[in-house]
Design a protein around this ligand. Structure first.
Ligand SMILES: NC(=O)c1ccc[n+]([C@@H]2O[C@H](COP(=O)([O-])OP(=O)(O)OC[C@H]3O[C@@H](n4cnc5c(N)ncnc54)[C@H](O)[C@@H]3O)[C@@H](O)[C@H]2O)c1
Length: 350
């Protein structure tokens, strides 16, 4: 058990995702968690989050190492650029606090294993954010898939197409557009489609064929990723993601097909459609959001944090573990290997 009373939480990184989504999710579970301290080198971000979370000025740190040394914390959330995750997790583990890290856990499997050694050595809970498994649409899709008459998914595809502007793809201003910061569309965007389609198919990916390339922008990261998966149970699925292919309408979907039915998650879980192949028509599924509209825009973070902090408070393993996160990272690693070697990669050999 992490703590009998409220969990005292520190935030490492107060940027875009914290302001847009994490904060509302965390402030919605005051019985479980109190944000006690925050750290970010950018004063505007620190102040914005500090004000919204009502943090006293002494607990707003420029340097996260000072926060880890001085603040009384039970847990931290790490939401910094990708190349800093491993370093920040290791420092938090040394400080003896539970860790919830934004995805991906690290930029390479070697880095991932180093941070997992530290987590093990210091015996701290470690969880990773796979928030799109916690949207109302995904939750209902998984429930429909468990229905006896729906059948077993044979095929699936996930699509996330974005149209970044030149400004959004400028490596001088945007860390996501730089290899040194762990950027690129497969690790930043397709990351979510990979765990979504694997969960929907319901069987681990065994073989990965892929092309991960740079086609649209002048930078050193990938902006298109096409992946073909063969799952352990023989099902096949694809993931297609790009930053240079602006989608329209259903440009962000994850769908699976059984012999008799189809299930399509739209917008990473905000809507859901169900197909009975005998009817030949997709039907919208009413979702029990259990949240207001504003909460919906939180992309599943509210439900994810509620489930994770509840598990931590009860001394149980978090719902998304290091094993899930490392597996997802290994599929990304396999996709890069498949691209350079032009062959399918068996992920059990990684
Ligand atoms: N799960 C999701 O749906 C989702 C969505 C967006 C982003 N993310 C993830 O969240 C993380 C952050 O992304 P973002 O969009 O918020 O980026 P961002 O650039 O908007 O914010 C990053 C913040 O980290 C801060 N930072 C940098 N070095 C720091 C340090 N040493 N200590 C403390 N803070 C530091 C920056 O100053 C900035 O405020 C990434 O891992 C990203 O993949 C997840």
């Amino acid at each position: 058990m992490l703590r009998e009373q409220n969990i005292r939480l520190g935030l490492i990184g107060c940027g875009g995702i914290v302001q847009k989504s994490h904060l509302q999710g965390l402030l919605a579970i005051p019985d479980l968690v109190t944000i006690s301290a925050i750290a970010d080198p950018i004063p505007e971000n620190r102040n914005r989050v500090g004000t919204a979370a009502d943090i006293i000025s002494e607990q707003r740190y420029e340097d996260h190492r000072h926060m880890l040394a001085r603040a009384e914390l039970d847990a931290v959330i790490i939401a910094t650029p990708h190349h800093l995750h491993a370093e920040h997790v290791i420092e938090a583990a040394q400080a003896g606090v539970a860790i919830i890290s934004e995805k991906p856990m690290a930029t390479s499997l070697e880095e991932a294993d180093q941070l997992l050694d530290a987590v093990k050595k210091h015996n701290v809970p470690y969880a990773i954010v796979h928030n799109f498994l916690y949207t109302p649409g995904t939750a209902e899709a998984l429930r429909l898939l468990r229905r006896e008459n729906t059948g077993i998914p044979q095929t699936g595809r996930a699509l996330s197409l974005f149209g970044k502007t030149e400004d959004q793809a400028d490596p001088n201003n945007v860390w996501r557009a730089s290899k040194a910061a762990g950027g690129g569309c497969i690790g930043d965007s397709a990351y979510h489609e990979i765990y979504l389609i694997e969960t929907m198919i319901g069987s681990p990916v065994r073989y990965v064929e892929a092309r991960v390339q740079t086609k649209f922008f002048d930078f050193d990261v990938d902006d298109v990723a096409f992946l073909l998966f063969e799952h352990e149970n023989g099902a096949i699925s694809t993931v297609s993601t790009s930053w240079g292919m602006p989608g329209s309408g259903d440009h962000n979907i994850c769908e699976v097909y059984t012999r008799t039915h189809g299930i399509r998650i739209v917008g990473r879980g905000r809507e859901l459609r169900y197909l009975d192949k005998a009817d030949r028509r997709w039907q919208p599924v009413d979702l029990d959001h259990g949240l207001d509209n504003d909460a919906l825009s939180r992309a599943g973070h509210a439900n994810y944090f509620a489930a994770t902090f509840k598990a931590l408070a009860e001394g149980k393993p978090p719902p998304i573990t290091a094993e899930h996160a490392r597996h997802n990272l290994s599929l990304i690693h396999a996709a890069h290997q498949a691209t350079t070697q032009r062959r399918a990669i068996d992920v059990t050999e990684l």
